[in-house]
Design a protein around this ligand. Structure first.
Ligand code: AFP
Length: 358
């Protein structure tokens, strides 16, 4: 019965009780994040009506295009989460340095790390975007955290999640005890539990990668993709489907619903960057969700959650999703690194080509 579905707030409190702890600070922090996500959902859905003219786009700290909605979403997150007394600092994709909690507000035990509007290149075309967040504990005694205080591995996350702004708005969260999805019921203005205990099937015949980078991929990734594309006639003996939405929230959500593999692997496009996606507010929270749902998340060589960060805006290669597919790609990397598999060193446009014409 839809009216009996638990609201997000009720679920969080009961979930903590079940886990044997009642952390009122964490519960109210997650409530504030939820409020921010509702406000961002409203801003995203109003966007075409509140059209902002050309010239409003500026580069952000990553050197990437920052849209007005990126800035609005960032401000919403900061304002919704800074006053409650649960946090002592925040890091956002949109800010070079950690945000201070303004004077006059109490300091709390937690740190919040977020990407306020991921996939924002999709805004103009009315496609799905999202907010990604990760909650860490502040080191004991710290009230004014420095950058170093945020540099904790993904295994230290207390909670992680994302909000998805699509045909419906959803909030998907883990507190280290499974993954649970909530849908925004606009009639009552609340997220209610619609997807308890989300589980990723261990194998799936669907993968997502930006194939325009194919010429820059490492051989293990070329091998994986080429074998999928060969379909039934190839070594996998099965036909595969491919997707690329260019919005990590939408891709991870699809994987949580029906499985598959998402890859933004290391490539040679820009050797100064080991990957495209950011560790602390993209890869880590998504890796925690995926592992909690029974999937796996790796760089191709290392478990993402085990990486010790060196920078709050650090980038990493990302391979995540159905466990068997991630393991296969990790094995391909290992074989290649041992020098056992060099077949795919030739560019894809050669004889064994992904895009060959005959
Ligand atoms: P934006 O937020 O700048 O649109 O980036 C989105 C993103 O971080 C992630 O959500 C996508 O998977 C990936 O980048 C898309 O990157 P490409 O545009 O290189 O395909």
């Amino acid at each position: 019965m839809p009216h009996r579905r638990a609201t997000f707030s009720k679920f969080i409190i009961e979930n903590m009780r079940r886990q044997g702890g009642q952390d009122a600070d964490l519960a109210s922090l997650l409530n504030d994040v939820m409020t921010a996500c509702k406000l961002i959902a409203a801003a995203v859905s109003r966007n075409p009506l509140d059209t902002v003219g050309p010239g409003a786009t500026v580069p952000n700290v990553q050197g990437e295009e920052q849209k007005p909605l990126d800035r609005i979403a960032n401000e919403i997150m900061l304002e919704a989460c800074e006053y409650g007394g649960q946090l002592c600092g925040m890091v956002s994709e949109e800010m070079e340095h950690p945000a201070r909690i303004p004077d006059g507000y109490p300091r709390g035990r937690y740190l919040l790390v977020f990407d306020p509007l991921d996939g924002s290149s999709n805004i103009d075309i009315n496609m799905t975007v999202g907010t990604i967040f990760s909650v860490l504990r502040a080191p004991v005694g710290v009230t004014e955290p420095t950058t170093a205080d945020f540099l904790q591995p993904g295994t230290a996350q207390v909670a992680a999640g994302y909000a998805l702004y699509g045909p419906v708005s959803m909030l998907v969260v883990t507190l280290g005890d499974g993954v649970h999805g909530f849908t925004l019921n606009r009639d009552i203005g609340a997220y209610t539990l619609t997807h308890p205990n989300m589980k990723i099937p261990p194998s799936a015949n669907e993968f997502a990668i930006n194939a325009s980078n194919a010429r820059h991929w490492e051989p293990p990734v070329r091998r994986y993709v080429e074998e999928c594309v060969e379909g039934k006639a190839g070594p996998r003996g099965a036909d595969f489907n491919m997707r690329w939405i260019a919005s990590m929230v939408a891709e991870v959500h699809r994987i949580l619903i029906r499985g598959g593999l998402f890859m933004y692997p290391r490539d040679t496009k820009d050797v100064s960057r080991p990957g495209r996606l950011r560790l602390m507010y993209e890869a880590n929270p998504m890796a925690m969700l995926v592992e909690q749902a029974g999937g796996a998340a790796s760089t191709g060589r290392l478990r993402i959650l085990g990486i010790a960060p060196t920078d709050i805006h650090q980038r990493v290669p990302v391979v995540l999703g159905s466990r068997d597919e991630v393991e296969r790609l990790v094995n391909y990397h290992a074989a290649y690194d041992r020098g056992e598999d060099t077949r795919f060193e030739a560019p894809l446009f050669n004889a064994r080509s992904l895009f060959r014409s005959a």
